[in-house]
Design a protein around this ligand. Structure first.
Ligand code: AMP
Length: 568
């Protein structure tokens, strides 16, 4: 056997600290702007940020925190949270970002599962810390991301330390150690609407490769001329990689803190000439509603990625009317999280606008580094014809191979099963039809809840909509539409159902509509369908009552009378 000829290039490990070191050295004066929970706006530079991240690293090492130990964060998007990202991972500790919107018991469970040794928290969560300190006795210290003047009064078993006092004795004068790029960098738990959340443990290598790919033109398209505002929280899959891709490219970072309402976001975007942003549809809905009501337009925003849940086509169109390129994206915590983005190639971008729109409404094309396929119930690969749908499987250097603290691997033949049901068309554009748990199966045929919701959202009187399965004596399940009306708008059940005519096959039409004041959301702002199903599982569908009480008169309940429409 011959020895392979090895390349003769340097073995420089891909470490998270190298991203900030690069920005500090080459974009040292570029700004990081944060809306603080104290109420004011804080500004400093990448150079300042690196110095303080190093101070944090020194402070943690002085407490004998070892590489591999987990440091928890419970914080909004802000400069101190960013310092925590780099100040922990920089010397080999693991930054464990925790979602503060979960229930205290869930947070305690996560902190204990992760075995966090210290937790850094924003003072908005002071009361939560009182409760967590009792439930998480192994945490050695709780550090408030504030100065002494803003230290909250908390009755915890141990005294709180203010972050600024913690940093003060250290000068930030040391070189980041060279780490093995396979060492763990971040620990992010999935939102887990059922069962306990599971941890995805990223590595330095996966984080850096993900930042490279995420910055590319057909992904976030970031450059040193951009001003980037991550609306998606830094506790949701590393804010989709923006805190890494921004220093990699030298883009300005704008961190919005806790105020994510439409007005606050609009004002910050305008003041900081934000060119790029990303978030879940619910947050964009708030911004677009504010802009409509206030009659204002964004003057600098060029691109917005919408992901985390399905982006309604009507939202893409509204952004277009405002002159903003809205990009539908898909990913998951287990994938660091970027997977696909709906960007067109040159030939596709020459097609008639309606055809382009149809492609851009899908979840999109993989970015380099991610491979995907769809498989049927029998485990066999399904064709890329835009019609066949099955479970989406992925693989790549920033996709997990197992969950934190779990011995068994979830992989199937080396692929990660996402739990999403999708089609892929001939051009490689993927479309999610449902989360497998949310699929509606009527008379053995699948109905895409996402498609039903997208149509409802396109109605001018509808602010938000969710489609769930309701039990049915004949078809086993039928779709129920739950709707929040826009302020001051009116629409009746029958008008809404009539709106579906010609848009989907008759048997896909919801059997009933329920109007509610608000829909439940998960801790990361997605529709909480588990809760909705609990709430409406006993909803009396008119078609079900007809089956029970006599012959069906409602044509909509004639599931299977028409052939299933193409989902691609
Ligand atoms: P999370 O790990 O909390 O980010 O959740 C990942 C899941 O969110 C995916 O597996 C999908 O079910 C869903 N998701 C993310 N992006 C989209 C999208 N663009 N359309 C539909 N579902 C999405």
């Amino acid at each position: 056997m011959t020895t392979p000829l090895l390349g003769q290039m340097m073995d420089v490990p891909l470490t998270v600290s190298s991203l900030l070191a690069h920005a500090s050295r080459h974009f040292g004066t570029t700004e990081i702007v944060s809306k603080r929970i104290e109420g004011d706006v804080h500004r400093y530079t990448y150079r300042d940020c690196e110095k303080r991240a190093k101070q944090l690293a020194q402070a943690l090492m002085a407490l004998d925190v070892q590489p591999g130990e987990r440091i928890g964060t419970l914080a909004w998007n802000g400069y101190r949270h960013l310092e925590a990202y780099y100040g922990t991972t920089g010397f080999g500790a693991v930054c464990h970002t925790i979602n503060p919107r979960l229930f205290p018991e869930q947070i305690a469970w996560i902190i204990n599962d992760a075995d966090d040794s210290y937790v850094l928290f924003d003072t908005t969560f002071a009361q939560l810390i009182e409760c967590l300190a009792l439930l998480c006795p192994k945490v050695r210290g709780w550090i408030a991301l504030a100065d002494d003047a803003h230290l909250p009064a908390v009755h915890a078993p141990m005294p709180l330390i203010s972050y600024e006092t913690f940093l003060k004795p250290h000068d930030g004068a040391f070189d980041w150690p060279l780490l093995d790029e396979r060492q763990a960098s971040y620990l992010c738990y999935t939102s887990g609407t059922t069962g306990n959340p599971k941890g995805a443990l990223y590595s330095h290598r996966s984080t850096v490769l993900h930042a490279y790919a995420g910055a590319l033109p057909d992904a976030m398209c970031l450059s040193a001329r951009d001003s980037v505002l991550p609306v998606v929280p830094m506790f949701h899959a590393n804010a989709w990689g923006m805190p890494h891709a921004a220093p990699l490219t030298g883009a300005k970072l704008v961190l919005p803190g806790k105020d994510l309402d439409g007005k606050s976001l609009f004002e910050l975007m305008q003041a900081e000439r934000v060119t790029y942003s990303a978030g879940v549809p619910t947050v964009w809905l708030g911004l677009l509603n504010y802009m409509k009501e206030a009659g204002v337009r964004l003057s600098s925003l060029q691109r917005a990625v919408i992901g985390g849940s399905a982006c309604p086509p009507s939202m893409l169109r509204t952004f277009e009317e405002y002159g903003v390129e809205a990009i539908h994206g898909w990913g998951m915590t287990e994938m660091s999280p970027l997977g696909t983005l709906a960007k067109l190639n040159w030939e596709q971008s020459q097609r008639p606008p309606e055809e382009q729109r149809r492609l851009r409404e899908k979840q999109g094309h993989v970015i380099y580094g991610v491979d995907m396929k769809i498989v049927g119930d029998d485990g066999r690969d399904l064709p890329w014809d835009g019609v066949a749908f099955g479970e989406l499987h992925t693989r790549g250097p920033w996709v997990i191979k197992r969950y934190f603290q779990k011995d068994d691997s979830p992989l199937v033949d080396g692929w990660f099963p996402t739990g999403d049901v999708a089609t892929i068309d001939r051009e490689g554009f993927m479309r999610i039809t449902d989360r497998s748990k949310d699929v509606i199966k009527s008379g053995g045929e699948w109905i895409s809840s996402i498609e039903i919701e997208n149509i409802a959202i396109a109605h001018p009187a509808v602010a938000e909509a969710a489609c769930i399965a309701c039990a049915h004596p004949k078809w086993l399940q039928r779709p129920l539409l739950v709707v929040v009306k826009r302020k001051d708008a009116e629409v009746t059940r029958d008008e809404l159902l009539a709106f579906y005519a010609g848009k989907v096959a008759k048997w896909w039409m919801p059997d009933d509509v329920v109007f509610v004041n608000e829909l439940p959301h998960t801790a990361v702002g997605k529709l909480h369908k588990v809760k909705l199903r609990e709430q409406f599982c006993d909803h009396p569908l008119p078609s079900a009552l007809e089956v029970e009480n006599g012959p069906l008169s409602n044509e909509r309940a004639m599931g299977g009378a028409e052939s299933k429409p193409a989902a691609g």
